[in-house]
Design a protein around this ligand. Sequence first.
Ligand SMILES: Cc1cc2nc3c(=O)[nH]c(=O)nc-3n(C[C@H](O)[C@H](O)[C@H](O)COP(=O)(O)O)c2cc1C
Length: 180
Amino acid sequence: MIDNETMKSILARRSYKVFDGRPIDDEALETIVTAGLYAPTGMNRQPWHFTVIKSREGMEKFGAARRSLPLPPGIPPEIAAKFGDPMRNAPVMILVSAKEGSTSLEDCCLAMENMFIAAASLGIMSGWDHATVNDLFNHAPELKAEMIPESYTLYAAAFFGYPGQTVKDRGERKGTVEYK
Ligand SMILES: Cc1cc2nc3c(=O)[nH]c(=O)nc-3n(C[C@H](O)[C@H](O)[C@H](O)COP(=O)(O)O)c2cc1C
C-alpha cells in the first residue's frame, strides 16, 4: 500500500463518543465543510444543505431536546447519567440534509465521509449520530424546522471535535476483497 498523506488521514480517522470540548477554529471548520462540498453527487445535483452548529447555544438546543426525551423505564443510573451530556462534549455538529431524490442518501453520506477524512487530517475526530438527531427531530419538530430546510430529510449527522477518550485499536481489517 502507498502510504501517502491521504492514506494516513483515512487510517487515522476513528469514531469518538467523547470529545474534549476544545473549539474548532473557523479555518479548520471551513476546510472540513469544503471537503464535504466537493464530494461526488448523482448527476452533479449537489442536493444538500449543510447545517454547521458551532455555537454553544446551538449545541445546547439539541442538549435540551435530548434531556427532555423520556428515558425508557427502569434504566440504570449510570446509563441515565450519559443522557446528562447528550452532545458528547463536542464543539461542533454537522447535519447534511437534502430533498428526497434518487441519490440523496448516497450524496449526503459521501459528503459526510469526505468531512470525516478532512477532519482527521487536522487531528479532529468525528462521531456519527444520525439516529439520535432524527429521534430529536421527531420529538421536537420545532428544532427540525430551525435546523434544516422545510421538506428536507436528514441523511447524515455527526459530531466533530478533538478526542476526549482513548479508542481501542481496531486491528487489521477483515473485509472481503476479491480481485478478478
Ligand atoms: C451509519 C452509521 C451509524 C452509526 N451510528 C453510530 C451511533 O449511533 N453511535 C455511535 O457511537 N457510533 C455510531 N457509528 C460509528 C460506528 O460505530 C463506527 O464507525 C464503527 O464502530 C467503526 O469504528 P471506527 O469508525 O472508529 O473505525 C455509526 C457509523 C455509521 C457508518
